[in-house]
Design a protein around this ligand. Structure first.
Ligand code: DP6
Length: 406
């Protein structure tokens, strides 16, 4: 902690994750403890990331927060939980040194009383259904921990910001173990395999709609827990087995088995949404067309080469191996021709050209729907949160205010 300077500022980045065994439902709303374990793939930060800067100074008069350049409410309970928890861990760590009389620990406890300024930005549309809250809270917790010199288990803190955020504290393939304890100490994320484990795996995101979602996941899962017997059955009887199957498929890099279970688990999650009363619909007609397209493609290939998963919104996240990307992207372009942003239709990692056979196209492409997909983004599994050393990347200036806003 650089508390000698008038302003100490730290900047970090954190990734988005996409669940292949879904988290849906809490047993404790306050601590954010889930009714089942879940498993996700961390996406590469070259394509999707949150950047957060946090600063402390004796000159700050209050804690303040800016999201994407605009001042926001720092009083939000979940944000306060994360801030309180990191400050508590920092206090514990500094008092645990047992030398409370020395000048460094006096400086540390003094700086704990200082107010904090936090600025956070996404390089992708917030609330577009791309798990911005997961990357956002993971980044907040990681940055505050670096600022206050807190080390060790942090997924438990990120979980208190947003459940899925705990999985963004690691790269690669990550499980969130639901835990048993009432205090949530055993409800933590763990890496199943690093991001280098499956170099051929690719993730293609089809952004169907950048509109804000209708029923947020927090409210949606509350109603599901109260009303869906299917969700209860899923959590108790089906997910434990699926967790170990999915871990095995990942360890063995068995794409067909991984893909099939990913699709089935997404479908089961959306089935529990339909079983919620009143029912919740996250998939729209375009999402359903994507589901049908993937199944037609796999049927034509005679095996699972592409797998879809959908969260609490209509965007599709597709998994495939690198040798399938060029052909499948071509199929998507023909099925959902870009309307007016042809140049910007494909973002992220480069895609080569493909010439699918007439036989494939006539079997797979049906009733093209122009403009239904805004853009595609190609990415791959990536690493966990990281400290940004380059001071020019700080989102807060020397005055402790956002650099972009004046
Ligand atoms: C469908 O983590 O956003 O994306 O814990 O209430 O913040 P809160 O919910 P959130 O829920 C994510 C639900 C999901 C599935 C998943 O990511 O596992």
């Amino acid at each position: 902690m650089a508390e000698d300077k008038p302003l100490a500022v730290v900047t970090c980045t954190a990734p988005v994750n996409i669940a292949v065994i879904k988290y849906w439902g809490k047993r404790d709303e306050e601590l954010i403890l889930p009714i089942n374990s879940s498993l996700s793939v961390t996406l590469h930060q070259d394509q999707l990331k949150t950047t957060t800067s946090a600063a402390i100074s004796r000159d700050f008069t209050e804690d303040r927060l800016w999201l994407n350049g605009k001042e926001d409410d720092i009083g939000q309970p979940r944000l306060q939980s994360c801030l309180r928890e990191i400050r508590r861990l920092a206090r514990k760590r500094h008092s645990g040194n047992g030398n409370s009389g020395d000048s460094s620990s006096r400086r540390s406890s003094l700086s704990l009383a200082y107010k904090v300024h936090i600025a956070s930005e996404n390089n992708f549309p917030t609330a577009a259904g791309l798990a911005s809250s997961a990357a956002g809270f993971a980044c907040l917790v990681y940055t505050l921990a670096k600022l206050y010199g807190v080390e060790g288990e942090l997924s438990e803190v990120a979980r208190q910001g947003s459940g899925s955020a705990c999985r963004s504290m690691f790269g690669g393939f990550v499980q969130w173990v639901m835990g048993q304890n009432a205090d949530g100490k055993d409800s933590i994320a763990q890496q199943v395999a690093p991001e280098t484990h499956w170099p051929k795996l690719r993730v293609l995101i089809l952004v169907v709609s950048a509109e804000k979602k209708h029923v947020g996941s927090t409210a949606g899962m509350q109603t599901s827990v109260k009303t869906s017997l299917l969700l209860k059955h899923r959590a108790e009887a089906l997910v434990p087995e699926r967790m170990s199957q999915m871990t095995q498929h990942i360890q063995q890099r068995d794409f067909e088995a991984f893909g099939e279970l990913t699709m089935k688990d997404s479908n089961q999650f959306h089935a529990t949404c339909l079983d919620t009363f009143p029912p919740i619909f996250y998939l729209n007609d375009i999402s359903k067309q994507v589901v049908a397209l993937v199944h037609r493609y796999n049927a034509h290939c005679g095996k699972t080469k592409v797998a879809y998963t959908f969260d609490a919104g209509p965007n599709a996240v597709l998994f495939m191996l690198d040798d399938t990307v060029d052909e499948f992207v071509d199929v998507v372009k023909r099925s959902f021709p870009p309307e007016n942003n042809g140049g910007q239709f494909l973002k992220g990692l480069p895609v080569g050209s493909a010439t699918p056979s007439e036989e494939l196209l006539s079997a797979v492409v049906r009733d093209p729907t122009p403009g239904a997909i805004q853009y595609m983004l190609l990415t791959k599994p990536g690493p966990g949160p990281a400290l940004v050393e380059d001071a020019s990347c700080h989102l807060l200036g020397a005055d402790g205010l956002p650099r972009s806003s004046s």
